[in-house]
Design a protein around this ligand. Structure first.
Ligand code: TRP
Length: 333
C-alpha cells in the first residue's frame, strides 16, 4: 500500500502564540513539511480561536498570525501541496463546535489533563468557558474536514481521544458522518528548557531557556554554551539523571535525523563542550536558510496574505460541503 493511500486526509493546527522556537520546529513543523510528501490532501490551520482561550493583545495576535504563517512557509510548508489557512476565517468551525459541544459529557472535559493544569493557573477569577471547552473546538477542526489522520504531540493525545469519542457518538446518533481520526505521533523530541532542563522548552519564560527560530548565530552560541548541564564532563543520554546533556544529545540527534545512541557513540570520549560546539554549528546551518526565507517573506506581506486568502477559500470549499451535510443530519438545514 502506498503511503498516499495510507493517509487519506491530514489535518493539524498550531496556535499563533508568540514566535515558534526550536521545540515547535522539531516537534511539529518539520513533520508537517515531511507529511506533505506522503499525502496529497493536507490541511494546516493557524488556530487563532484556540489562542484566545488565554488573554491576547489584539495587535500582537494579529502579528502573531502573520508571523506564524511566515514561519510555516519558511520552514517548508508549501501552499501548493498543503492548504494553509486561518481558523477563524472559516466560520463553520464554530458552528460544528457548538453541535459537538451539545454531545460532549462535561465529565470528559473535567478529566482533560491540560484543563486541570491550566485552570489551576488561570490569572484572574475563575477560568473561562473557552479554556474548558477548547478540546471540543479542536474536535470540530478535525471533524469538519473529515480528516483521517492528525499529527499531534503527546500533550494532545487526550484531546484526540475525545475527538474520536465524539465522532463515534455523533455517528451512532446520526449515521456514518465522520471517519474516526487517528493520530500520527512521529518520533519527536520533547525539548527541555536550556536553563532549567527539568522543564520543557516553552514560548513563555526566560528567553535564554529556548532557541528561537529567529536567533542569530551569536545568540545561539551564547545560549547553547550557557545551557545548564551537570558536573560530569561526558556525553551520555540519561534524561532522568542527566536532563541537561540528554536534551542537547536529543536536539543534536533530531537535527541530524539520527538517534541518541548514534550521537553518544560519535561523542564517546569527548567532552560536553565538544557536543555544544558541534550543536551550535548544526543549529546555525539549519536555521540560517529558514531565517533568510523568513526575511524575504516578511518583505512580501501581499504574498503571505494571499496564501492565507487562497487557503481560506480552499478550506471553506470543503467545510461548506461537510457542514451542509452535518446540518441536514442534525435536522437544522
Ligand atoms: N490544541 C492544539 C495545540 O495546542 C492545536 C490544535 C487546534 C490542533 N486544533 C487542532 C492540533 C486540530 C491538531 C488538530 O497544540
Amino acid at each position: 500500500m502506498s503511503t498516499v493511500a495510507k493517509f487519506k486526509r491530514i489535518f493539524s493546527g498550531i496556535q499563533p502564540t508568540g514566535f515558534p522556537h526550536l521545540g515547535n520546529y522539531l516537534g511539529a513543523i518539520r513533520s508537517w513539511v515531511k507529511l506533505q510528501e506522503q499525502c496529497d490532501d493536507v490541511i494546516y490551520s493557524v488556530v487563532d480561536l484556540h489562542a484566545l482561550t488565554v488573554p491576547q493583545d489584539p495587535l500582537q495576535l494579529r502579528d502573531n498570525i502573520r508571523n506564524l504563517t511566515i514561519c510555516l512557509l519558511a520552514c517548508g510548508v508549501d501552499p501548493d501541496k498543503s492548504i494553509v489557512f486561518q481558523q477563524s476565517k472559516v466560520l463553520q468551525h464554530t458552528g460544528l463546535y457548538w453541535l459537538l459541544s451539545c454531545r460532549t459529557p462535561s465529565s470528559k472535559l473535567n478529566t482533560q489533563t491540560q484543563w486541570k493544569t491550566k485552570s489551576r493557573t488561570a490569572q484572574v477569577g475563575t477560568p473561562p468557558l473557552g479554556l474548558y471547552s477548547y478540546p471540543v473546538l479542536m474536535a470540530a477542526d478535525i471533524l469538519l474536514y473529515k480528516a483521517s489522520h492528525v499529527p499531534v504531540g503527546d500533550d494532545q493525545i487526550q484531546h484526540l481521544e475525545l475527538t474520536r469519542d465524539l465522532a463515534k457518538s455523533f455517528n451512532k446518533l446520526y449515521g456514518n458522518v465522520f471517519p474516526i481520526p487517528r493520530p500520527i505521533l512521529g518520533n519527536v523530541p520533547r525539548l527541555r528548557n536550556l536553563r532549567y532542563p527539568d522543564q520543557k522548552m516553552s514560548k513563555s519564560g526566560e528567553d535564554s531557556g529556548r532557541i528561537n527560530l529567529t536567533d542569530s548565530p551569536d545568540i545561539i552560541r551564547k545560549k547553547i554554551r550557557r545551557s545548564v548541564t551537570d558536573s560530569i564532563n561526558a556525553v551520555t543520554y540519561d534524561p532522568a539523571s542527566r536532563p541537561g546533556i540528554s536534551n542537547l544529545v536529543e536536539t543534536y540527534a533530531a537535527l541530524q535525523d539520527s538517534t541518541v545512541e548514534k550521537v553518544c557513540t560519535a561523542f564517546s570520549g569527548k567532552q560536553t563542550v565538544d557536543l555544544k560546539d558541534k550543536l551550535v554549528d548544526l543549529l546555525v546551518a539549519h536555521l540560517i536558510p529558514i531565517q533568510r526565507k523568513m526575511d524575504q517573506l516578511s518583505n512580501d506581506m501581499t504574498y503571505v496574505d494571499n496564501v492565507l486568502y487562497d487557503g481560506c477559500n480552499k478550506a471553506s470549499n470543503i467545510a461548506v460541503v461537510n457542514y451542509t451535510e452535518i446540518e441536514a443530519v442534525v435536522g437544522i438545514s
